[in-house]
Ligand binder design. Sequence first.
Ligand code: ACO
Length: 431
Amino acid sequence: MPEQASIHIDDKKVLDCPVVVGTEGDKAIDIAKLRGTTGYITLDPGFGNTGSCKSAITFLDGDKGILRYRGIPIEQLAEKSTFIETSSLLIYGKLPTQKELDNFSSAFNEHSMIHEDMKNFFDAFPSTAHPMAILSAMICSMSAYYPDMIKENPSKEDIDRIAVQLLSKVRTICAFSYKKSIGEPFVYPRHDLMYVPNFLNMMFSSSNRPYKLVDEAVEALKVLLILHADHEQNCSTSTVRLVGSSHANLYASISAGICALWGPLHGGANQAVIEMLEEIKANGGDVSQYVQKAKDKQSGFRLMGFGHRVYKNFDPRAKIIKQKADELLRKMGINDPLLDIAKRLEDAALKDEYFVARKLYPNVDFYSGIILRAIGIPLKMFPVMFAIGRMPGWIAHWKEMIEDPTTKIGRPFQVYVGSPARDYVAIDKRT
Ligand code: ACO
């Protein structure tokens, strides 16, 4: 393995660059001295070849379909862990002891309520507001309601407090935004319920209609949240790190991450998948027509829930979610025609040369919507569920970045392709 890489321009060596090797053998050429030494920058739209940091949180190997949080395979966490335990693992770097977990869980209860004044915020939004708009605004507004939590140089204890506050309150905010959208009174969090049941209770119970928790639904949602908890330097996490690198507070950084997640090419894909499956169903269920359309670049249509920047074999999260979706529907006795369409669409695409050649496989969002529908989560809330799940990952990355003394403000360069220098011309002289 090379210890060093060299950059040559016009056959002349201009720079020796160190090679950085990760724990699992991933290799990077450190070009930090490139611009200062040579005046050149690298150009990499979409950052397909660019490492923005070193990170010890999540490892993924896209070719082999491996995903591990702090070294532990997600398959094991999905089967054996809870969302709170996995959050603690991601944020603090190791599995908690029983005492640490108990303390962490009780802090969730302590922070589950939102400031009473913040409830007025919900009234200001139209009932048609997308819950992601409400969520990002509310999370950013927390910096106004809890100003004592914002410090230029937060201590370890400050970060711990704000982390658990965000993890706990996000669930309350999401459930309240749903209640607002259907015109029902808010249901407050309960201390006797675990994380997922507490959320479902706030979403679906009301004073005259207690919500009956279904074990299978609780388990499926728990797995879904764990599988969404982190995914290294994806679009929203990179956004959180970039915003946070200016020393913007954690609320503001995560609010920005929520906006990045909203897009249909990222966390908004789970909503877009169901909309696509509904459309296929409404048009007679012919999946081949949609496979053809996705191949036609002029159509502007893509198979939502298909393809991934990193996974080129299979998405290990999708594998677990597909199995969970099957199990959940069977146990709940639900016959969702969209699951059948999704499976037929997957089969057709995976046999098609276009998808095979480009290594396009179902991603995490392809089957997650089927689970969310079965639980009764409304379509517009799907990206919000992703945001609840991703919260520990965003916090872990912000913490890792802010605690690293070598972190610099994120500030990429560009290659300017606009007009050369020219003079200002008065308006009456312009042609
Ligand atoms: N349907 C049809 N064609 C596709 C799809 C798709 N879903 N995804 C990629 N392609 C094609 C592209 O047109 C391109 O073809 P070309 O080489 O002939 O030009 C090729 O596959 C490579 O695609 P890129 O867009 O370059 O891949 P990139 O890594 O930039 O994008 C992305 C990844 C955004 C996920 C893309 O696959 C996509 O748009 N998928 C649909 C949206 C989606 O499911 N997003 C959720 C991603 S998972 C997550 O964020 C949680």
